[in-house]
Design a binder for this molecule. Structure first.
Ligand SMILES: [Zn+2]
Length: 119
């Protein structure tokens, strides 16, 4: 048996709707519309015999999208990332502020020293 499973790993149900469409009417298809919480509508084409997943990643914004336009899934995946990013930003500005303070203190000390030497 061959060890490399890249092709299998990369293929996903309904991954290539364009390619399937070009092959013609041989395979019956169904189009499913997904709605994300940003209000994007994503039409995904599946083979008629394929099981339609209840949720789909919105290709426009990456949020999970559902079949129910009235009740799109929330975006729990995005929130921790944003919070983390904000945290990192806070940390960065904190560090920068500390650096600036350090510099100011060092400058003050060197000035005082210089002043003492000159005096
Ligand atoms: Zn979206």
């Amino acid at each position: 048996m061959a060890g490399g499973g890249n092709a299998i790993r990369g293929s996903r149900v309904g991954a290539g709707p364009m390619g399937e469409a070009e092959r013609g009417e041989a395979a019956p298809r169904q189009t499913v519309t997904y709605f994300c919480s940003h209000g994007h509508r994503s039409v995904v084409t599946f083979a008629i015999e394929a099981a339609v997943p209840e949720s789909w990643d919105c290709p426009k914004c990456g949020l999970p999208a559902s079949l129910d336009s009235e009740n799109p899934p929330p975006a729990p995946k995005i929130e921790p990332y944003k919070t983390h990013l904000a945290y990192v930003k806070e940390r960065r500005s904190e560090t920068e502020a500390a650096d600036i303070l350090d510099e100011a203190v060092a400058l003050l000390r060197s000035r005082r020293k210089a002043g003492e030497i000159i005096f």
